[in-house]
Write a protein that binds this ligand. Structure first.
Ligand SMILES: Cc1cc2nc3c(=O)[nH]c(=O)nc-3n(C[C@H](O)[C@H](O)[C@H](O)COP(=O)(O)OP(=O)(O)OC[C@H]3O[C@@H](n4cnc5c(N)ncnc54)[C@H](O)[C@@H]3O)c2cc1C
Length: 410
C-alpha cells in the first residue's frame, strides 16, 4: 500500500498566488499540501532578470501577515505618485495629464515595486518552514474528486487525501480543464514587453502611465541600482510596453542601444540617459475569465481563474484578493470544525470573488479600448477627460484608492 497524506486542502501550483495561499492558511492553522510541477528554485538570489510586480497596499498587508514581506531579499520601492498622460512617439507627454499623489488619499504609498525573483525567493524560503504545510516539488499529480473530498496520486505513487483541491496552476490550469470549466477569452493581438532600465535622473518614486497610439507604456520606479550593480547610471525603473505583434518582435530583436533609443523616444527625456538592464521579456496579451471558479471539491485562484491586460498592473493583486477571501472562509470553517470543501462555502467564495475580477477585467479592457485608439476626436476627448478627472477631487480620490487595492469610496 503506497504512502497516503491526509490533509484539509491540497494546492496545485506554488506560484505567487498558490504559495501565498499556503502561507495564509498556515497562519490560520489550516493544514494543507502544496505541489508544483517545477522545482522551487534555490534560495540564492540569481542575477537581476528585469521583471517586477506592482504590489498594491492591500496585497502588501496579505504578504505581511503571511510572513513573506519581511523575507524579501531586496528593498521594495514605494510608489508615491502616478502620472497618467496621453502621448505620441517622439513627442513630450500631453500637458493635460492626471497626477495622483498617495499622500492625498492615505498615509501609505500606492503600492511597492517588488522584483519578481525577490518574491519567488521569499516564498520559497517561507514554504518549507510553514507549520501545517507539506511541500512537494517538483511534482505533478492525477486528481480524482468525489462527494467527500479528493485523492491526488503523485507521479511517485504517493497519495494525498484532502477535503478541497485548489487550482493555482496559472493560465492553463489542468484542474480547470479537467473539471470542464469553460473560459471566455479575448486576444488583444498585442505583445507586452517587460523589463528594466537604468537611468540618469531620479524617479522620485513616481510611476508614469503613458498612453501611446499602439498601447500603453508604464514606467515603474525600482530601488536604486546599488542593489543590482549592473550599470554606471544610478537609478532604475521597470517598463511594461504594449505594442502590436510586428513592432513588438522588431523591438525584441534590437540591440541594447537601439532598444534604449526606442524606449527613450516613447518615454521622453524626464529620466535623462537610459540603459536597458536584465533581460527583455515578452508576453502575448489576452484576457481570460473562467465561467465558474468552483466545482465539486475544487476552487480556482489567481491566473487559473482570470487573466487581464497588464495596463493597470493588477493581475497578481486580483489573485491576492482571491487568496485573502478563500483563506478567510477556509480559516473560519476549519476553526468551527466544519467541512472546508462544502458546496455552500465554495458558493460563498465564488460570489465574493467572481464579480470583483470581472469588474477589473472589464475596466482594464475599457482602458485598453479608450487609450489604444488614435482617432483624433477620441484622442482629444481622452485628453480632456484626463484633465477633468484631475479637477474633480472625489473622482480622483476614487481612482487613487482603486490603484491601492482599497474600495474606491471609503
Ligand atoms: C506583461 C505582464 C506584466 C504583468 N505585470 C503585473 C504587475 O505589475 N502587477 C501584477 O499584479 N500583476 C502583473 N501581471 C500578472 C501576473 O504576472 C500574474 O497575475 C501572476 O503571475 C499570477 O500568479 P499565479 O500564481 O496565479 O500563476 P503563475 O505565476 O502562472 O504560477 C503557476 C504555478 O503553477 C505551477 N504549475 C503549472 N502547472 C502545474 C501542474 N500541472 N501541477 C502543479 N503545478 C503546476 C507552475 O510551475 C507555477 O509555479 C503581469 C502579467 C503580464 C503578462
Amino acid at each position: 500500500m503506497s504512502e497516503i497524506f491526509e490533509t484539509e486542502v491540497a494546492i496545485l501550483g506554488a506560484g505567487p498566488v498558490g504559495a501565498t495561499l499556503a502561507a495564509a492558511l498556515s497562519a490560520r492553522g489550516v493544514p494543507c499540501a502544496i505541489l508544483d510541477a517545477a522545482p522551487l528554485p534555490p534560495m540564492a538570489l540569481q542575477g537581476f532578470d528585469g521583471r517586477a510586480y506592482a504590489i498594491a497596499a492591500a496585497s502588501r498587508q496579505l504578504l505581511d501577515h503571511a510572513g513573506i514581506w519581511e523575507r524579501l531579499p531586496t528593498t521594495p520601492c514605494p510608489i508615491t505618485g502616478i502620472k497618467v498622460a496621453d502621448g505620441r512617439i517622439g513627442e513630450a507627454p500631453s500637458p493635460l495629464d492626471l497626477d495622483f499623489e498617495a499622500a492625498e488619499v492615505s498615509d501609505t504609498p500606492f503600492g511597492w515595486m517588488v522584483e519578481a525573483r525577490a518574491l519567488r525567493v521569499a516564498l520559497n524560503a517561507r514554504l518549507p518552514e510553514l507549520p501545517h504545510v507539506q511541500v512537494f516539488a517538483p511534482m505533478t499529480a492525477e486528481v480524482a474528486r468525489d462527494a467527500e473530498g479528493a485523492t491526488l496520486t503523485m507521479r511517485d505513487g504517493r497519495r494525498i487525501r484532502a477535503r478541497l483541491v485548489v487550482g493555482a496552476e496559472g493560465r492553463n490550469s489542468p484542474s480547470r480543464t479537467a473539471a470542464g470549466i469553460g473560459t471566455a477569452r479575448h486576444d488583444y493581438g498585442q505583445i507586452g514587453l517587460v523589463g528594466a532600465f537604468a537611468h540618469e535622473r531620479p524617479h522620485h518614486n513616481r510611476a508614469l502611465e503613458l498612453f501611446l497610439p499602439a498601447g500603453p507604456l508604464a514606467q515603474l520606479p525600482l530601488s536604486d541600482l546599488k542593489e543590482f550593480g549592473v550599470s554606471a547610471l544610478p537609478h532604475a525603473s521597470a517598463y511594461v510596453l504594449t505594442e502590436s505583434r510586428g513592432v513588438g518582435r522588431r523591438l525584441l530583436a534590437m540591440d541594447e542601444a537601439g532598444f534604449a533609443r526606442e524606449l527613450r523616444r516613447r518615454l521622453g527625456d524626464w529620466l535623462g540617459a537610459i540603459e536597458p538592464i536584465g533581460r527583455r521579456w515578452s508576453y502575448p496579451l489576452s484576457a481570460m475569465h473562467a465561467m465558474r471558479y468552483t466545482a465539486e471539491r475544487l476552487a480556482l485562484v489567481g491566473d487559473a481563474a482570470h487573466g487581464m491586460h497588464p495596463i493597470a498592473g493588477q493581475g497578481l493583486n486580483i489573485g491576492f484578493r482571491d487568496v485573502a477571501a478563500l483563506a478567510e472562509l477556509l480559516g473560519e470553517a476549519h476553526a468551527a470544525g466544519q467541512d472546508v470543501g462544502a458546496a455552500a462555502l465554495l458558493r460563498r467564495y465564488q460570489a465574493a470573488r467572481r464579480p470583483d475580477a470581472l469588474l477589473m477585467i472589464g475596466a482594464t479592457h475599457a482602458l485598453e479600448r479608450l487609450f489604444g485608439n488614435d482617432i483624433g476626436p477620441v484622442r482629444l476627448a481622452r485628453r480632456l477627460g484626463i484633465a477633468a478627472v484631475d479637477r474633480i477631487p472625489a473622482l480622483k480620490r476614487a481612482f487613487a484608492r482603486q490603484a491601492m487595492g482599497l474600495p474606491a469610496f471609503g
